[in-house]
Design a protein around this ligand. Structure first.
Ligand SMILES: Cc1cc2nc3c(=O)[nH]c(=O)nc-3n(C[C@H](O)[C@H](O)[C@H](O)COP(=O)(O)O)c2cc1C
Length: 409
């Protein structure tokens, strides 16, 4: 039997007419034209096929091109080893286009081999490289946000990826932070180097690794990068919680598009607002609890499908989304707790049905920051990492071992 939940949710946005003039011109990422310059940020543990489906459908419901939706990062080594979970990360919905993957790695040859797999086996249409991850298990190995500090290594990785993808016409982009800390900023140099090596766009999360997710993203840095990188799009990222924030970012920085992460956790309908806003429409989705509950259930169904029918796995993965979905809604502590402990779809249905589904959209309480925050942290780096911009021979030898074989944040 087909339930209404098997199909795209009829969001309030779908009923409203599209109008207005686009705020920016389409985003051109190599051969890909993305009419609405909005990108779902890759988020490990979040932007899998299930969640991307909800975000994309919301974007489409506004009646415009929905934008670009990047999968969770996949580590190059895991992909080269053809690890089952790594291969699962690089799977896309049947109608998902463009298919966008993100690769993480610290060894040029392994990154090149991973890109060869993705592009050569036609597994994605776009590949982003992760130079922004601040988590200790990544930076400790010289990866993510720590990597652009080593100029030659950064150059070699970007070049390996661009060269491996070029024969297949797959564009490569980079996503980075400002640098390791305020005394070790790398983004302007890295942006220019990547541009000269043939990347199709550069994205900046306007924080340093030391800032982690604390404080405010410094959008001013996005404006500086836009001045430095002249021939490919510059995308701005950090602290976009609403469509209005996104418009403000492009106005203040001159960015060619926006990348949105935590703002859409538990509210995939933000992509309807974003698509509308960039197409000059004031349409905004403000769901009541019934619509939120339907989205959660559909998320659950999609999650189970993503994990090949494994309900336990799907429900465990869904649990972390509950608090995000319910932020600001009138749902008591006990009911929230129960929803965060579901094991089966039947339990999920039962516990959602037990909510007061007539509760309306709660206004400001549902808005604003969500997801990771925290305080600044001294980045964990390999011993002596900051002493030189060049890689020591000893460390170079360690790089291949340093490739992580599992995906991180
Ligand atoms: C749970 C989580 C997982 C993330 N995983 C990735 C990742 O796999 N690759 C990446 O480049 N950035 C990752 N990020 C960073 C986001 O892509 C984004 O740059 C960051 O959250 C700032 O944007 P925001 O303020 O819109 O959230 C992650 C962030 C979060 C919160």
């Amino acid at each position: 039997m087909t339930s209404a939940l098997d199909t795209a949710l009829p969001t309030p946005a779908a009923a409203r007419p599209a109008s207005g003039t686009p705020v920016l011109k389409p985003l051109q990422i190599g051969p890909l034209t993305v009419s609405t310059p909005v990108v779902l940020a890759p988020m490990a543990g979040v932007t899998n096929r299930a969640f991307r489906t909800l975000c994309r459908e919301a974007g489409q419901s506004a009646g415009f091109d929905p934008g670009l939706y990047v999968a969770e990062m996949v580590t190059s080594r895991a992909l080269v080893e053809r690890n089952v979970e790594a291969l699962r990360i690089v799977t896309f919905g049947e109608d998902e286009t463009p298919r966008s993957a993100q690769v993480y790695g610290v060894d040029p040859a392994t990154v090149g081999a991973a890109v060869q797999i993705i592009a050569g086996e036609d597994r994605a249409d776009h590949i982003d490289l992760n130079f922004g991850c601040p988590v200790p298990k990544v930076t400790r190995k010289g990866g993510g946000a720590a990597l652009p500090w080593k100029r030659q290594l950064f150059t070699d990785i970007v070049k390996a990826a661009v060269d491996a993808a070029a024969p297949y016409g797959v564009p490569v982009t980079i996503k980075m932070r400002k640098g390791i800390d305020d005394d070790h900023l790398t983004y302007l140099e890295a942006g220019r180097v990547a541009e000269s090596l043939g990347v199709a766009a550069v994205a900046l999360h306007a924080r340093t690794a030391a800032q982690h997710y604390s404080g405010q993203a410094e959008w001013e840095a996005i404006a500086r990068l836009k001045e430095a990188v002249r021939t490919v799009p510059v995308l701005g990222n950090g602290d976009i919680w609403s469509a209005e924030d996104a418009l403000r970012m492009v106005e203040q920085t001159g960015a060619d598009g926006v990348v949105v992460g935590r703002g859409c956790q538990g509210r995939p309908w933000l992509f309807a607002d974003l698509a509308a806003a960039f197409n000059g429409s004031d349409l905004r989705v403000r769901p009541g609890l019934r619509e939120v509950a339907e989205t959660i259930y559909r998320h659950g169904r999609l999650m189970v499908e993503y994990f090949d029918g494994d309900e336990g796995k799907g429900m465990r993965d869904l649990r972390k989304h509950m608090a995000w979905y319910l932020k600001g809604y009138a749902v008591g502590g006990e009911k929230r707790h129960e929803l965060a402990l579901i094991d089966t779809l039947a339990e999920l249905r039962e516990r959602l049905d037990a909510l007061d589904l007539t509760a309306p959209y709660p206004g400001d309480d549902a808005e604003g920051p969500r997801g990771r925050a925290g305080s600044p942290k001294t980045p964990h780096l390999p011993y002596g990492w900051l002493d030189s911009r060049d890689l020591s021979e000893e460390f170079e030898a360690k790089l291949r071992e340093a490739e992580l074989s599992v995906s991180g944040g």
